[in-house]
Write a protein that binds this ligand. Structure first.
Ligand code: NAD
Ligand code: UDP
Length: 315
């Protein structure tokens, strides 16, 4: 391919990263996947290992590294509350020191670098839906702060490396994403409900289930990430990428039970602290700047994800 590039994906053995590596290889690029395998798994990339243009490096991004690449997608960071709260100091170090290391490398190589940021930068939002111009409502000293504030600091670093050092930076704010290769034990709502339903176990709804989330299928996210990476240098984001379809958690539970023909019952547990009450992306900017909008609606994406977990359980 004429415009094939050498691309680094940090966090490439994780849920989103493994899909990104696969797509970039299919597009004809050379991919270096860097991961410390904290929440990522070799299983996610084992099918890519024989590919002649795929390379895996086990490395922790809180330590500097230099590899020669044209583009960097910076995804390394545990993403689910259970995992990022396991060692909160390590989580914020990963976001902040990881960003410094990767931005330093991008500066030296003159590479374009994309940061996987998050809707969590909006915290428990007081504006609904959330546009990129909203500054958020984030608790700096709560159980989610290591993740939320780490991601916010990383955004600041991306902004400042661009402003001060002319690094070509891009920031994507990712909203809740689901699909095959989600970690089965990461406690996220989609994987939890599907696994519980497939095994006819109780479905654990936290709080009264009235809180909302907007769920995006992983393929739509990957398309948005690649489109953002390939925008002109003048476009840096941040840009929201998510599916604006908004569902109450209780609705999701009922949907999963119906789609799996499950005998599971819904039970209610305490709402974790600082759990945002609502979340829905305003995707006007993504539509305009990336000509992007989600294509996979919840029923279709859930069906694919249920199939994946069914196979995993049968293994
Ligand atoms: P994931 O946990 O499956 O993937 C993260 C990967 O980063 C894992 O493979 C993990 O081993 C690796 N990693 C963690 N710390 C590292 C370190 N110090 N050095 C090297 N590698 C390290 O999570 P995911 O859902 O694939 O998320 C990928 C990225 O997208 C994350 O940055 C996350 O914050 C962001 N994001 C995801 C969602 C979502 O809903 N999945 C939403 C918003 C943002
Ligand atoms: N949730 C739930 N039951 C579960 C797991 C999560 O009711 O077994 C709720 C959780 O309290 C939150 C929503 O589902 O309100 C989404 O949780 P998740 O951890 O998937 O994502 P995040 O809170 O980071 O958006």
């Amino acid at each position: 391919m004429k415009d094939n590039k050498r691309i680094l994906v940090t966090g490439g053995a994780g849920f989103v990263g493994s899909h990104l590596c696969e797509r970039l290889l299919n597009d004809g690029h050379e991919v270096i996947c860097l991961d410390n395998l904290f929440t990522g798994r070799k299983q996610n990339i084992v099918h890519l290992l024989p590919h002649p243009y795929f390379e895996f490096i086990r490395h922790d991004i809180i330590n500097p590294i230099l590899v020669e690449v044209d583009e960097i997608y910076n995804l390394a960071c545990p993403a689910s509350p259970i995992h990022y709260q396991y060692n909160p100091i390590k989580t914020i170090k990963t976001s902040v020191m990881g960003a410094v290391n990767m931005l330093g490398m991008a500066k030296r190589l003159n590479a374009t670098i994309l940061q996987a940021s998050t809707s969590e930068v909006y915290g428990n939002p007081l504006v609904h839906p959330q546009p990129e111009s909203y500054w958020g409502n984030v608790n700096p000293i709560g159980t989610r702060s290591c993740y939320d504030e780490g991601k916010r600091a990383a955004e600041t670093l991306f902004r400042d490396y661009n402003y001060q050092n002319n690094v070509n930076t891009k920031i994507i704010r990712i909203f809740n994403t689901y699909g095959p290769r989600m970690h089965p034990n990461d406690g996220r709502v989609v994987s939890n409900f599907i696994i519980q339903a497939l095994q006819n176990h109780d479905i654990t709804v936290y709080g009264d289930g009235g809180q909302t989330r907007s769920f995006q299928y992983v393929d739509d996210l990957i398309e948005g990430m690649i489109r953002l990476m390939n925008t002109p240098e003048s476009f840096r984001g941040p840009v929201n990428v998510g599916n604006p379809g908004e569902f109450k958690i209780i609705e999701l539970a009922e949907k999963v039970i119906a789609m799996t023909n499950s005998k599971s019952k819904i039970i209610y547990k305490d709402l974790p602290s600082d759990d945002p009450m609502m979340r829905k992306p305003d995707i006007s900017l993504a539509k305009e700047a990336l000509d992007w909008e989600p294509k996979v609606m919840l029923d279709e994406g859930l069906a694919k994800t249920i199939k994946y977990f069914q196979e995993l359980i049968n293994e």
